[in-house]
Write a protein that binds this ligand. Structure first.
Ligand SMILES: Cc1cc2nc3c(=O)[nH]c(=O)nc-3n(C[C@H](O)[C@H](O)[C@H](O)COP(=O)(O)OP(=O)(O)OC[C@H]3O[C@@H](n4cnc5c(N)ncnc54)[C@H](O)[C@@H]3O)c2cc1C
Length: 404
């Protein structure tokens, strides 16, 4: 049997959370392995604009995530590639007159957030990781087994290679194999929604605004993408009840564009063209514990959340920043990165905030699905009221943007 390779930290999953963690730890003096099931060759990113060339998965990154990505030295790469800041956000209720407008001027910030294509974020992080000596990358190497022993963790890859680590970090997404192999318990339930995502061309300028309409069947978001003379693009996330999702997915392009124009109340004029559609089942999932001796969960491996406020990866990056800080501080004091007291500090810092955001998203989803007239009336009155209460609005904005 091949000799096991030894690392201080093994990170499983080179998505946004895992790649960011490897980079955040890279200058600390720790040896790091980053394991990914997919190939790690960064594909050439398309330059021409058009519905078919945008990644249909995008993220709305908060200013807090921007700051963290700046500290990792990757923000400038994202700025150079089709990043679209949004300055304004409009949320309105399909069943009444409730509406809230948020504007960057209210907080005196350059942007409320930034829409970035997911593959661009992963590419930027991996390009940096590949150029970093402290990180050893294992592409096309799915984790197969992980076992605890007296000295740490023993990890087996499907390729047959074996690694050992003082700390194993699961950044392997919502269906985390590490979480399952090590028997972490989760609490989960279906939202009964699927998210349909696509890139679309619209008739009118998006005005650097993130638009969100709450329909009784689920929220529809139109997120601004870069455009060019006479062509305006948005990425959509349309959360729909299961039964309706099948119907929407079976529509041909012109019929889908018409359905989307209606669902968005033609806020940006007619929807003129669409990319192919993809659908993601939406499930809330939260690990009861994020840590065990020698093991930590981050990002979607620890929590998945309804995408209605675009918070998933922002919470994931905040996990990564907190864990990296604890591990580096510990290392400077000669504390093993797998020490339980250190890992518990990470869990204490993150679990409360993640739970709060998950509860808020669940509450919003239920509130806007409620057809009863008194609830609809209160909801609309509440939205109009909040829209006129500057301090409450500012507090909501600060929270959503990850600012303290
Ligand atoms: C429709 C939709 C829209 C969203 N919009 C937003 C948004 O606007 N803003 C936002 O913040 N969030 C958003 N999210 C959530 C966000 O996409 C996720 O939170 C984020 O992608 C999770 O990143 P991650 O790195 O934790 O996991 P993932 O992106 O799932 O990465 C996991 C990685 O692990 C690898 N892997 C898996 N198993 C193994 C294994 N056994 N061995 C090795 N590697 C493995 C995978 O190949 C993958 O590369 C949205 C989600 C959905 C569904």
């Amino acid at each position: 049997m091949a000799e096991a390779r030894e690392f201080d930290v093994v990170v499983v999953g080179a998505g946004i959370a895992g790649s960011a963690l490897a980079l955040a730890l890279a200058d600390s003096g720790l040896s790091i392995a980053l394991i990914e099931a997919r190939e790690l060759e960064a594909p050439e990113l398309p330059q021409a604009l058009g519905v078919a060339t945008f990644d249909s998965r995008v993220s709305a990154l908060t200013p807090r995530s921007r700051q963290f990505l700046e500290s990792l030295g990757v923000w400038s790469m994202l700025q150079d590639y089709r990043l679209c800041p949004y300055h304004h956000m409009t949320v309105w209720d399909a069943e009444g007159t409730g509406r809230i407008d948020f504007d960057r001027g209210e907080l005196d910030v350059p942007a409320l957030g930034y829409i970035v294509e997911n593959r661009a974020i992963v590419n930027a992080l991996l390009t940096r990781a590949q150029a970093t000596a402290a990180i050893t990358l294992f592409g096309q190497s799915a984790l197969d087994t992980c076992e605890k022993n007296a000295t740490g963790l023993s990890i087996g890859l499907e390729s047959g290679e074996r690694l050992t680590a003082n700390l194993l970090v699961a950044a392997d997404g919502a269906l985390s194999r590490v979480r399952e192999r090590l028997n972490f318990k989760t609490r989960e339930w279906d939202y009964g929604h699927r998210a349909v995502v696509a890139s679309v061309e619209v008739a009118r300028e998006h005005q650097h605004t993130a638009w969100q309409r709450f329909l009784p069947t689920g929220p529809l978001a139109l997120l601004p993408l870069p455009g060019e003379a006479g062509h305006h693009y948005c990425s959509i996330v349309w959360s729909i009840e299961e039964a309706q999702a099948e119907e929407i997915l079976s529509l041909d392009d012109p019929a889908f564009c018409r359905a989307l124009t209606r669902a968005s109340e033609a806020q940006l004029g007619d929807v003129l063209a669409t990319s192919p559609r993809f659908a993601f089942p939406l499930r809330q999932r939260h690990a009861v514990d994020y840590v065990q001796p020698g093991v930590a969960l981050v990002g979607d491996a620890a929590h998945t959340i309804h995408p209605l406020a675009g918070q998933g990866i922002n919470l994931g990056l905040a996990d990564v920043a907190a864990l990296a800080e604890e591990v580096i501080q510990g290392f400077e004091l000669c504390v093993s990165p797998g020490q339980m007291a250190l890992l518990k500090r990470y869990q204490r810092r993150r679990k409360g905030e993640n739970l709060l955001m998950m509860a808020a998203m669940d509450g919003f989803k239920r509130l806007f699905a409620e057809p009863a007239l008194p609830v609809r009336w209160l909801r609309n009155a509440g939205m109009r009221g909040v829209d006129h209460l500057a301090p409450v609005k500012q507090q909501l904005m600060r929270h959503a943007m990850g600012l303290r």
